[in-house]
Unconditional design. Structure first.
Length: 322
């Protein structure tokens, strides 16, 4: 690898969430459209041993000393692909360095700041952690991050087209994940409401049914969780789960605890749901912050002449079967 031009070769990572969503090839094509060509790559099947060194600045300065272990959860979810991509623009073309040019094409990790035309915005990153891809900020960072992710084995130089084939294999090996934050949140609220259905007074069930007719958009709308939770009897164990948005403003219970609680009721959450909820509790998901500021919370429509504020009863755990 001694012929690599470190100033014009950028370390890049196609993250596990991109491969799970079958966007790995799309990310690669956008990188190539930006004028960069992969010259070496490596599939990461497991969490890199030195992964904390990659996030050293965040862990020690931003994340307050290992407050978040979301990076571990992300790399445990599935494989990633590390690459070295070479700038194909003529040397000295423009005032931006190769690393700056690719960083601009990628877009900021925060979805609220990644504008149209960037890879992350156009392909729909979920949040700052589930952000589809990463690229190093400088030649020094490329060298350091390359050592962290490639390890002693280094990178592979295959024939042209092999990387695209590998990405296709990794994507085809699992069903395509199509759920974003809203779909995950709506699904969680739907299964939680189903688990609590027998505890809802009949007039309240009709109010919930009206909301369900709105589908994902209504179930995941700002304020919907709180209104659903208000339908439950007092002190119901699912109220906190149902009312949470799983965002920094409304983090709700830890997804691991959610999984245990729902499993006891005969349902649960899968690994993707857990990952989306866990990361969105810490990093605002796509466009939710704008929605919270701009979207007026409207009252639910009445579905009949029966009031939706039927007398509430205290929840009592049903007796165990003999």
């Amino acid at each position: 690898m001694d012929e690599i031009d470190s100033d014009r070769t950028v370390f890049t990572l196609i993250c596990p969430d991109a491969l799970a969503r079958h966007l790995g090839v799309a990310v690669l094509e956008r990188i190539e459209s930006a004028g960069f060509w992969p010259v070496a790559w490596r599939v990461l099947w497991h969490r890199p041993d030195e992964l904390d060194l990659f996030h050293e600045q965040n862990i020690t300065q931003v994340w307050k000393a290992y407050r978040y272990r979301l990076v571990d959860q992300l790399f445990a979810f599935g494989p990633a692909v590390a690459m070295l991509v070479a700038d194909q623009h003529p040397a000295g073309d423009g005032h931006q360095s190769s690393h700056e040019r690719l960083r601009l094409a990628k877009g900021p990790s925060d979805p609220a700041r990644s504008g149209p035309g960037t890879i992350r915005d156009d392909l729909g990153s979920v949040n700052a952690m589930l952000s589809l891809m990463h690229c190093a900020d400088s030649p020094a960072d490329s060298a350091r991050e390359g050592r962290v992710f490639a390890g002693a084995g280094g990178f592979t130089r295959g024939e042209e087209g092999e990387l695209r084939t590998m990405l296709a294999l990794l994507e085809t090996s699992r069903p395509r994940e199509v759920r974003g934050y809203r779909e995950v949140l709506a699904g969680l609220r739907a299964k939680t409401l189903a688990a609590a259905w027998d505890d809802l007074p009949r007039p309240v069930r009709k109010t919930a049914a009206v909301m369900l007719e709105g589908g994902v958009a209504e179930l995941a709308a700002p304020g919907s969780g709180a209104r659903l939770a208000a339908l439950l009897p007092d002190a119901h164990p699912l109220a906190a789960l149902l009312g949470a948005d799983f965002t920094p403003r409304s983090p709700g219970p830890d997804p691991a605890r959610v999984g245990v609680l729902l499993a006891a009721l005969g349902t649960g959450i899968d690994d993707w749901e857990s990952l989306v909820l866990a990361t969105s509790r810490r990093f605002p998901p796509r466009r939710l912050d704008q929605d919270l500021e701009q979207e007026e919370i409207m009252p639910w429509p009445q579905c009949s002449s029966e009031p939706n504020s039927a007398p509430r009863r205290n929840w009592r755990r049903p007796p165990a079967s003999p």
